[in-house]
Design a protein. Structure first.
Length: 251
């Protein structure tokens, strides 16, 4: 059984016995992998392998087809991302995008998802503190888009007509997009005005230039969308993330 090497990012780690850890990593070439890292607990000093959560590196692993758990040979860290641990919003955002990937990714190559995952973590670490909540939202929508579930914002999800720039519609969760004013009818779906649509579009594009005006409302929308279309269940990390967000301004 030959070892294979691939770019990887560590999403979760659990102790196993006294000296080992079970790792869950997203890899560029093999998708989501469960890996046994033997003898790494308590290892320190010069030459020790950094196995910090959210770190990226080159994973060398013995992959056994048909197995859920493979054996790690080495992990050469290339980016530690220690800055995520210094701010609770950054850490909660990184935990949320990781849980989303763990909930839906499969053990097959998905380079677009891998790029979106690394891009989300890099953005969360790089932005100023006042943009951390917005970066977390952009990261979540980036993963959703990589999975192929991006919502429709520019045209009505029902009739297909382009929405006017100043039109107030409603976000139809089941349909996966915005209804125009005419098709909204008596819908009780959340209202989405032109400002919110612009901000959603920026988040989907990964543009984090200014804070969103209602971060908790944005989080509620992406949380419901993920639970309905991607994970089929609420994600616990999103509740934690919401607790770290500043309160929305009064209407």
């Amino acid at each position: 059984m030959a070892a294979v090497s691939t770019k990887a990012v560590l999403l979760r780690a659990h102790p196993y016995g006294e000296t080992s850890r079970v790792l869950r990593l997203l890899t560029e070439d093999h998708g989501l992998l469960g890996v046994m890292a033997k003898g790494v607990r308590g290892r320190g000093g010069k030459g020790a392998t950094p196995l910090a959560t959210f770190a990226s590196g080159i994973l060398t692993v013995y992959v056994r087809p048909g197995r859920d758990l493979h054996t790690m040979k080495d992990f050469a860290c290339t980016r530690l991302r220690g800055g995520l641990a210094g701010n609770v919003v950054r850490f909660a955002g990184a935990s949320s995008v990781s849980e989303l990937v763990l909930a839906h990714a499969e053990s097959e190559s998905h380079p677009g998802l891998f790029r979106a995952m690394e891009g989300s973590l890099d953005l969360l670490e790089a932005v100023p503190d006042e943009l951390a909540a917005t970066a977390a939202l952009a990261g979540l929508w980036g993963i959703v888009e990589a999975f192929g579930f991006a919502p429709e914002l520019m045209t009505c999800i029902r009739c297909g007509e382009a929405l006017d720039a100043d039109e107030v519609g409603r976000f139809d969760l089941a349909a996966g997009g915005v209804l125009c004013a005419r098709c909204s009818g008596n819908s009780s779906a959340p209202r989405v005005g032109p400002g919110a649509r612009r901000q959603l579009g920026a988040l989907l594009d990964g543009r984090v230039e200014e804070p969103v005006t209602h971060p908790r409302r944005h989080l509620a929308l992406v949380s419901d969308f993920v639970a309905y279309h991607v994970a089929n269940r609420p994600l616990r990390s999103l509740r934690f993330l919401g607790d770290t967000f500043p309160p929305d301004p009064e209407a």
